[in-house]
Write a protein of this length. Sequence first.
Length: 312
Amino acid sequence: MIEESVQREEKGRGTPRPPPAGFRSSDEPGPVGAARAASGLFEAVERGEPFATTVHEEPKACEAVVEIDRFNLWYGSKAALFGIDMRIPRGVVTALIGPSGCGKSTLIRSVNRMNDLIASVRYEGDMRLLGDSIYSAGTDVIELRKRIGMVFQKPNPFPMSIYENVVYPLRVDGVRDRRILDEVCEKSLKGAGLWEEAKDRLKESGLSLSGGQQQRLCIARAIAGEPEVLLLDEPCSALDPIATGRIEDLIGELKGRYTILIVTHNMQQASRTSDFTAFMYLGRLVEYGPTDRIFLNPRLKETEDYVTGRFG
């Protein structure tokens, strides 16, 4: 359906698509403008030439929970992210898409400083959570990660009971009141759509659950601490289609209560689950806007080529 819509749009065009933001046409002065016009955005990025990200008006107008401000990141001498400027709107789902190795997971892991665990990482710029700097010297990283929960590609339940998996964040905070723990366990499992399947198995190991159930258990654990932001790094990549469908339904139920940032390689999943979509390429943010616009009427030909499968 998306490809057909794009093809219909192309047939109806009477004039060529205008050049992307940040490009100069080949008749403008200077060798950079001529090179860009001749080779296109992807080739310009590969040569390391600067360009302006195309950002639609809608994400600019929304209240931002997370603000990413001119963020650059290196693994040793290798640059992985280049000048990322991005606002993550409150209470909706924002998807990061792009080819493998384009920096999506690096960016999402930077939001709760998971990359701090890699000794060679260094960065410039900043990120802010509700106006507070994520990267200031005084930031308590443990507290930060309570406010920004994360679920990884492969389910990673702890080798303990289902109950203890869910209440683990509270145990770390020193909560010992059984009534509170019971309430949070039930609320979180219901929030993750796992309560009915797990309520009679709470003493069993979390590892005894199926892959899809384990991922929902990890989501339950992530939301037990009532985070403001939920990061999902390809949460369905290791799951079968049925389990994937359940996770996607769950994402729809969780949005509004949580601000969700998801990395996915699955274009259909991005179009089904997200409100905003950001297209990345080789560590750059290329285009960012409402999901329906990104998939059906992007401003850049390069974005259109990627989401329709002509590139990548």
